[in-house]
Design a binder for this molecule. Structure first.
Ligand SMILES: Cc1ncc(COP(=O)(O)O)c(C=O)c1O
Length: 401
């Protein structure tokens, strides 16, 4: 008997197709055809996890005390390391027992937060484009997404005044992310002040994703939501070790901020998972204790790649602004070409993988995201292939005669 009669729940059927999964299929096909792919599609850092972190993990693996179920709320030492790190990086004071919660990567927490707090029909404000779980989590929870379209002319910042008053009054949660994936945009402190005032006025929970805050360049220091007076009353902030510490495969992230919201998420997670393997939490403490010189090395690596690629794309007609943070360039498609068509064209003609902007919502149409996850030699090879294949930025649509 086949299982053809069993269908996924509506909450799954309602999800738009996951473009990254589709891209994976196309990549597999291209590999089968023998193409040497240069994958600049995912946000998967290419470097190794720092050696002291690996050594701490190996030592912790030998300790049988780490072999059982970890505590639901995360180990006390990792929670303390998180709050100490927040104080060192942002001058924010947090209580490790009630205001910090380790996560199986921040994506898990961002998604589960939606399930913990959104009832079917609740309005959730989500920028477009944005990191997919910011809208997919709320869709799974049955929320109604009110998309806030971000615009280049507004430096990809949320225009709070564009949200209709009656929507703001009804909205329950606002997800946002600066420095931003995919646009690479950064938000000034005044923006954070404005959004906190907005959320307090309309009683909206602010969910800020600070994943890229350590990948900042040219002296720019990103703002934590929690630096803003009153933010902790209405907000939580997610962070990850995936990007800064090249630990994407380890699945270690955390959320900090409002204790009630953290308690709600903890209650849900207690019913669904056991959290991070304790040995990895010990290793993660070591990561957070690495000196700032480590962060500077990482920043220098991405800055060098950013400058190299912006320069090379410039020679092909693109005027890509210098992003002050993140590991991404947000690049306009040639005029007359949509995101998916352009990304496919690039893949087929050059073997270079870039992500179509519409993977991040309709607001990303007309752009592709290029990840700085290869060294300059490889980026140079990608540029060379672009040149040979005639991939360049055209201001005018090409008219064939
Ligand atoms: C904005 C943003 N948030 C969260 C994540 C998820 O990170 P992780 O689950 O590895 O902590 C990513 C990954 O690309 C991201 O770009």
């Amino acid at each position: 008997m086949s299982l053809s009669w069993i269908t996924p729940a509506e909450r799954i059927q309602k999800l738009p197709p996951y473009v990254f999964a589709r891209l994976d299929e196309l990549k597999a096909k291209a590999r089968e055809q023998g193409l040497d792919l240069i994958d600049l599609g995912m946000g998967n850092p290419d470097g190794a996890t720092p050696q002291p972190v690996i050594e701490a993990a190996m030592k912790a693996l030998q300790n049988p005390a780490n072999h059982g179920y970890p505590p639901f709320e995360g180990t006390a030492n990792f929670r303390k390391a998180i709050t100490k790190w927040y104080n060192r990086r942002y001058g924010v004071n947090l209580d490790p027992d009630s205001e910090a919660l380790p996560l199986l990567g921040s994506k898990e927490g961002l998604g589960h937060l939606a399930i913990a707090y959104i009832n079917p029909g609740d309005i959730v404000l989500v920028p477009s484009p944005s990191y997919p779980v910011h809208f997919r989590g709320p869709i799974i929870a049955g929320g109604v997404i009110h998309s806030i379209t971000l615009k280049e002319e507004n430096n990809w910042l949320i225009d709070l005044s564009s949200i209709p008053e009656e929507v703001a009054r009804k909205a329950k949660i606002l997800y946002f992310n600066y420095p931003s994936n995919p646009t690479g945009a950064t938000a000034p402190r005044e923006f954070f002040e404005e959004i906190v005032a907005f959320a307090r006025k309309y009683e909206i929970l602010l969910v800020h994703d600070l994943c890229y805050a350590e990948l900042a360049f040219d002296g720019y220091q990103p703002t934590s939501l929690l630096e803003i007076p009153g933010a902790k009353d209405i907000g939580v902030e997610f962070h990850t070790l995936s990007k800064t510490y090249n630990m994407a495969g380890w699945r270690v992230g955390f959320v900090v901020g409002n204790r009630h919201v953290i308690q709600g998420l903890r209650t849900l997670k207690t019913n669904l998972d056991y959290g991070i393997f304790s040995a990895l939490q010990t290793a993660a403490e070591t990561a957070l204790e690495l000196p700032d010189t480590y962060l500077q090395e990482v920043q220098n690596r991405y800055r060098t790649r950013r400058d190299f690629l912006i320069d090379g794309l410039g020679k092909l007609g693109w005027n890509v602004p210098k992003t002050k943070a993140t590991m991404y360039l947000w690049v306009k498609c040639p005029v007359g070409m949509g995101s998916t068509d352009f990304a496919l064209d690039v893949l087929q003609k050059t073997g270079v993988v870039v992500t179509p902007g519409n993977a991040f919502g309709a607001g990303g149409e007309g752009y592709v995201r290029i990840s700085l996850i290869a060294d300059c030699d490889r980026l140079g090879e990608a540029l060379q292939r672009f040149k040979q294949a005639g991939i360049c930025y055209q201001q005018e649509a090409v008219v064939s005669v």
